[in-house]
Write a protein that binds this ligand. Structure first.
Ligand code: SF4
Ligand code: SF4
Length: 385
């Protein structure tokens, strides 16, 4: 991650062609210039050359209304990476004005109790206590091949409990050696980093790495695409370590298990579509694993949305947008639901708890008859015992 001034040259490359309008989710739903890469970059440029001297609330709001999804960058002819420029601008805003709004609560909660909600750390285990069929012999803070990091949302939002519940059931059935960190799991720091709080994110990264070193664990598996992206792409630059920890996304581990015939499925006639989470697809290049798992379920027909893989539209939950502007986040999510409905699928599957939440809320608001499932839920539901 670079500082804002290091992006000056990249900013100067914006030719104002407007190509980004076609790909930017916030522009798609608003049709106004401050909601697209070109407009946002012009605002940053004005701040850099002194046309804007002090960051107003409106200026900071505009920076916080970007999803940091990177869709525009993929198709920008001169290769301007708006999401990186805007993240650096957010850091500059924090340096000048401090952390404000809901993000201040997130920062304080992570510092005090290690999670984004402010819940007592012991609440991290409620999803496990709430399993309909409790699993025996699960390890917590013990040596194992993998540490399963479930993340803040799946462990602390009851509507997402079913994701770690499904994943640990699948791993246990397949005989994978893993441990949970339970009450000692802490936020990976990604919401802090995307909110312009690099130092706070670094502290979270250091605590996480030290915790795994304590347990002698060298591999992490996570169901969360943002935790995955953070561990894989940002931890190495935030924390110097002589023994890097390998991180695997759950979908890749499930793909391996499927290929080894460790997972077998019942036949079910279903038409599904798949939503690529930005942090897993565009940012991490994992497009095939979830699709291969879905199509290995006999009877499942996968239909792609118009915007898929590299051009997949964000669910509306990226870049902390749900916290910063819930209405805009919902408008984006509703647009994505329309794209899913157009495929004729009855189930939209995704590999992310945040995508599931935002899309499910949008579908409910629209009274849309499409079911939203996370990949592990889909796998568990169709496993042959
Ligand atoms: S596509 Fe790239 S060069 Fe064109 S206006 Fe958008 S950011 Fe600027
Ligand atoms: S990163 Fe996403 S939301 Fe932000 S300007 Fe680019 S396409 Fe739009």
């Amino acid at each position: 991650m670079k500082e804002l001034k290091e992006y000056k040259e990249m900013i100067s490359k914006c030719s104002k062609c407007g190509n980004c309008q076609y790909y930017c989710p916030t522009f798609k739903v608003s049709r106004i210039e401050p909601f697209v890469a070109r407009g946002r970059i012009e605002l940053v440029s004005a701040a850099l050359d002194g046309r804007i001297e002090e960051f107003s609330d409106l200026f900071m709001k505009r920076m916080n209304q970007c999803l940091l999804c990177g869709n525009c960058s993929q198709f920008c002819p001169p290769g301007v990476e708006a999401e990186k420029i805007i993240t650096a601008m957010r850091e500059e805003c924090v340096a000048q004005k401090g952390v404000t709004g809901v993000l201040k609560n997130v920062k304080d909660s992570v510092a005090a109790v290690g999670n984004i909600t402010g819940d007592a750390p012991a609440n991290r285990m409620l999803w496990l206590e709430n399993m309909a069929e409790p699993l025996k012999g699960l390890k917590v803070n013990e040596p194992a091949e993998y540490a399963y990091l479930a993340g803040c949302v799946p462990t602390l939002y009851p509507s997402s409990y079913s994701i770690p519940q499904a994943f640990v059931t699948i791993l246990s059935n397949a005989g994978v050696s893993f441990t949970l960190l339970g009450a000692e799991e802490i936020c990976c720091g990604y919401p802090l980093l995307m909110g312009g709080m690099r130092e706070e994110a670094k502290i979270a990264a250091l605590k996480n790495i030290n915790k795994l070193k304590e347990l002698g664990i060298k591999k992490v598996v996570t169901t969360c695409p943002s935790c995955y992206h953070m561990w894989k792409d940002y931890y190495p630059e935030l924390v110097e370590t002589d023994e890097p920890i390998e991180v695997v996304h759950a979908s890749v581990l499930l793909q391996e298990l499927t290929n080894k015939n460790e997972l077998q499925f019942n036949e079910k006639k279903l038409v599904v579509t798949y939503h690529d989470p930005c942090d897993l697809g565009r940012k991490s290049g994992i497009f095939d694993a979830p699709r291969e798992i879905l199509t290995s379920i006999p009877g499942v027909e996968l239909r792609e949305m118009k915007f898929n893989r590299l051009s997949a539209m964000c669910c509306g939950g990226g870049g902390n947008l749900e916290m910063n502007d819930a209405e805009l986040s919902s408008q984006v999510a509703q647009e994505r639901i329309k794209q899913a409905i157009n495929t004729g699928a009855t189930i939209l599957v995704t590999s992310c708890q945040q995508c599931k939440r935002t899309l499910q809320n949008a579908a409910r608001q629209m009274r849309a008859r499409i079911k939203i499932m996370e990949l592990n839920e889909m796998v568990k539901e169709n496993l042959r015992n």
